[in-house]
Design a protein around this ligand. Structure first.
Ligand SMILES: [Zn+2]
Length: 406
């Protein structure tokens, strides 16, 4: 595997600039196109699984993070507060989305009929990482997390966690993630954990039950400060292991935010909060995806899916027309006119573009194209509409292959 920082530069996916600051990468058009496709896929997957999507601000009053416990347990990783004027409250960049999602939950009274209530957002959060550890997309200060908080009853936790693990497997299959292992992260020694022993024991039992039949290892001292979690680990090009997807149980924040629902018997009861991320932050996810695929993303999130190569000037118009039709069909397509055909084919392969459509005089005359795949295979000339249909079918299937399944 090649370091994602080098490939990110070679493929114009993202840039860093000392003027904007370390750990604050800038997503260039190619990287942004790929990320947009991935974000849309994740939102769609969640919608179909009954999630409700929200937007919440990436900063809030200091008091919000006092209530959430982040200032008590997590302050070292947060940016210092900002004071705008004497009369104003102090504002802080958030280190996590949970506090705002707790406010979504309690924006009105809740009934047991609404549970599980699944609140999701691909949202911004900030970590005051020291400059020495920052690099590329894998350690950053501005993080965009694929996050959700599922509020449910204690009886629903097992089913809810199993369903989350199913979604994680689906997302990994589509993205081409190859997990290195599953880890049950438990409390270690020390005082950085909230909640009593009975709560922790119960949460650990629930997660162990949800992992029934899944091979996993246990890691003490890796839990979140509010509860144990299941982490799906991956390895980067340097063989460093890190967490990509996670499911975490939390009995603490529902207490802190005084969350409740009205049960069938009319009693007020407290929900459990499940923090979960299917694919982690967009930054870490792409650091991983760039490396594991060597920049050759599955067609559905390739920055450019089809490049059209007219053999000569006589086919320029037909090439532009084909790219326009592909774009109208929802594909990301462009025309490359410059240089010899051989050089343009090599450039398409260098950019890991999955499909190149060569348009010569004969193809232009009868409305056909010859597709060349980035793995070197070539297809017989076919009607333009069929070629566009073939690529669209692969994209719609979120497949990692370049040709539709037969
Ligand atoms: Zn959370």
């Amino acid at each position: 595997m090649i370091d994602h920082r080098r490939l990110g530069r070679d493929l114009d996916l993202f840039a860093t600039d000392p003027l904007s600051g370390a750990g604050l990468p800038i997503w260039l058009p190619a990287g942004a196109a790929a990320r947009h496709a991935v974000e849309e896929y994740l939102r769609d997957l969640e919608r179909r699984a009954g999630y409700q999507q929200v937007y919440t601000p990436p900063l809030g009053r200091r008091e919000l993070f006092e209530v959430s416990g982040h200032l008590g347990y997590f302050a070292a990783e947060m940016f210092p507060p900002m004071r705008l004027g004497e009369a104003d409250d102090e504002l802080m960049l958030r280190p996590a989305l949970c506090p705002h999602h707790a406010l979504v939950y309690r924006s009105r009274g809740r009934s047991y009929r609404e549970l599980p209530l699944r609140v999701s957002e691909i949202g911004g959060m900030y970590r005051a990482e020291r400059s020495g550890v920052l690099g590329g997309l894998s350690r950053v200060r501005a993080i965009t997390l694929n996050d959700a908080h599922n509020f449910c009853t204690l009886e629903q936790v097992g089913q809810e966690v199993s369903e989350i693990l199913r979604l994680i497997r689906a997302a990994h299959a589509a993205l081409g993630v190859r997990p290195a292992g599953v880890r049950l992260s438990l409390r270690g020694s020390g005082e950085k954990y909230v909640g009593d022993d009975a709560q922790w024991a119960r949460a650990e039992d629930l997660l162990r039950a949800a992992l029934d039949g899944v091979p996993y290892t246990e890691a003490s001292g890796e839990a979140a400060f509010y509860g144990p979690k299941i982490d799906i680990q991956v390895r980067d090009a340097a063989e460093r292991e890190y967490t990509l997807s996670t499911v975490q149980l939390d009995f603490d924040k529902p207490e802190r935010f005084d969350l409740s629902y009205t049960d069938a018997d009319g009693e007020r009861r407290r929900p459990v909060m499940v923090h979960r991320s299917l694919a982690g932050s967009m930054e870490r996810l792409f650091a991983y995806l760039i490396e594991v695929h060597g920049g050759a993303f599955p067609p559905w999130y390739a920055p450019v899916q089809l490049v059209v190569l007219p053999v000569g000037d006589g086919q320029a118009e037909a090439a532009v027309d084909l790219a326009r039709r592909a774009t109208e069909a929802g594909l990301r397509a462009e025309v490359d006119h410059s240089g010899s055909l051989g050089a343009r084919v090599r450039e398409a392969v260098r950019r890991r573009i999955p499909y190149a459509a060569v348009v010569g005089a004969r193809e232009a005359a009868d409305g056909r194209v010859a597709l060349r795949l980035r793995d070197g295979r070539s297809l017989e000339p076919q009607p333009a509409a069929e070629a566009i249909g073939l690529i669209s079918a692969v994209v719609a299937a979120h497949s990692g292959d370049l040709l539709p399944a037969r």
